[in-house]
Design a protein around this ligand. Structure first.
Ligand SMILES: Nc1ncnc2c1ncn2[C@@H]1O[C@H](COP(=O)(O)OP(=O)(O)OP(=O)(O)O)[C@@H](O)[C@H]1O
Ligand SMILES: [Mg+2]
Length: 393
């Protein structure tokens, strides 16, 4: 279906040459506008698609964009950061300072096993998860093992140095055992290659780059953007929808965009096409960062049912209070931020016998993230009111 764009969306579509950032709330048509802009670029402006790269985060998001574009070669233009990096490293493997195998990426089991084996060498590291998270954090912050070791060398209080040493050994073993670059290393190693090799870099620079969900970029991904920047960039995002902080996302990459790309013009979209008027009014009251956008958002939909905001004194009260209000389990979903909260619901749900099932959190995929984003845009991580709360509509 071809959307009739509003004037703010049309202004974004017309903003092709130069640097632009669109900071706007949920459901305002950021992704739709980005896609329409691409179609205009290749049809009206006759820009070759080989000059264009549209980056996003998950495979599902990239696939959805390709489907929305509906053109056969769109999958070469709408890419995830990781697929772009994997492709680049695979094609340019002879320029890497180490030897990689035919299959660059280890399976998740293989890389985890290497890390687990290293824990035997470093008894001070007692939690696999903390080691995995630390290694991931360093990579996403574009920090090499040598730098991690240097930074932690004088840490006499904690065991940070052992983590850094394990990181160094892990990288070495990845190379030696399988010729692997792991998932988080894809971006970091692509950045290193592009920084050190201008010939390769010039092959991958794109004249026109766009980025969806820019608030989710981490340091390594943002550095990659800077390296492949070819004169024109268009980034869209919403600082209130950052869900990748656990992957070291830096919201400032969106909000300080113009410092990184001088001359950037900021654009806004004020109409919300997804949520009812009641929801949008509610969001305006509780949005954690009022950047002046949330308070100006107008819903283009019907009034809808009013959401209810209830504060509870404890998790148990919250679970009991919400369960009390449920009449029919078949059309009800309870969404909680932590597994602990879901356990509390289960404990308190005896009224429903075994009826209350926990579906758990699915693997982070686009559908879940989409859902989580919409949910978070209604229910911020740190509500301005303290205490427990529940929201229903
Ligand atoms: N001008 C328009 N007219 C009608 N519907 C629109 C218009 N613009 C966007 N929409 C619809 O609004 C919905 C949200 O659009 P879209 O996903 O592009 O928003 P978004 O800002 O990217 O959302 P998010 O913040 O969740 O990423 C979609 O169903 C889209 O088709
Ligand atoms: Mg979007």
């Amino acid at each position: 279906m071809i959307l009739t764009l509003n004037s703010e969306q049309q202004a974004c579509v017309d903003s092709i040459h130069g640097n632009y950032v669109v900071i706007s709330g949920p459901g305002s048509g950021k992704t739709s506008t980005l896609i329409r802009r691409y179609l205009e670029m290749i049809s009206t402006h006759r820009i070759p698609s080989s000059d264009i790269l549209n980056l996003t985060f998950t495979n599902a998001a990239a696939t959805e964009m390709v489907e929305r574009v509906g053109l056969a070669d769109a999958k070469n233009v709408f890419r995830t950061f990781h697929s772009f990096a994997l492709d680049l490293l695979t094609k340019e493997k002879e320029h890497l300072p180490y030897k990689v195998g035919d299959f660059i990426l280890p399976s998740q089991g293989q890389d985890f096993q290497l890390l687990k084996d290293l824990m035997r060498l470093y008894p001070a590291i007692t939690s696999f998860r903390s080691l995995r998270d630390k290694v991931m954090e360093w990579k996403n912050k574009d920090i090499e093992p040598a730098q991690a070791i240097e930074e932690t060398y004088n840490d006499t209080k904690g065991n940070a140095f052992f983590y850094a040493a394990a990181y160094r050994d892990y990288e070495k073993r990845c190379r030696e055992q399988g010729g692997w670059v792991d998932f988080d290393g894809l971006i970091k190693d692509t950045v290193k290659l592009l920084e050190s090799n201008n010939v390769v870099r010039s092959r991958y620079q794109r004249k026109y780059i766009s980025v969806d969900e820019c608030q989710d970029t981490n340091a390594a991904q943002f550095r990659l953007l800077q390296l492949i920047y070819g004169g024109n960039i268009f980034a869209v995002g919403d600082e209130n929808q950052s869900v990748f902080e656990f992957r070291s996302a830096v919201v400032g990459n969106l909000t300080n965009f113009s410092q990184h790309f001088p001359g950037t013009k900021t654009l806004y979209l004020g109409a919300n096409y997804r949520s009812t008027k009641s929801i949008v009014e509610f969001v305006k009251k509780i949005t954690p960062v009022d950047n002046g956008i949330a308070s100006h958002m107008v819903s283009m939909r019907e009034q809808g049912t009013k959401p209810t905001f209830i504060k509870y004194d404890s998790d148990l009260d919250e679970a009991a209070g919400i369960l009390d209000q449920i009449e029919n389990l078949n059309n009800t979903a309870i969404i909680a931020r932590t597994n602990r909260q879901l356990h509390t619901f289960q404990k308190k749900s005896s009224r429903f016998g075994t009826g209350l099932q926990r579906s758990g959190l699915p693997r982070i995929g686009h559908i879940f993230l989409k859902w989580l984003r919409i949910f978070l845009s209604v229910c911020p991580m740190e509500p301005p009111l303290h205490g427990n709360f529940a929201i229903r509509s």
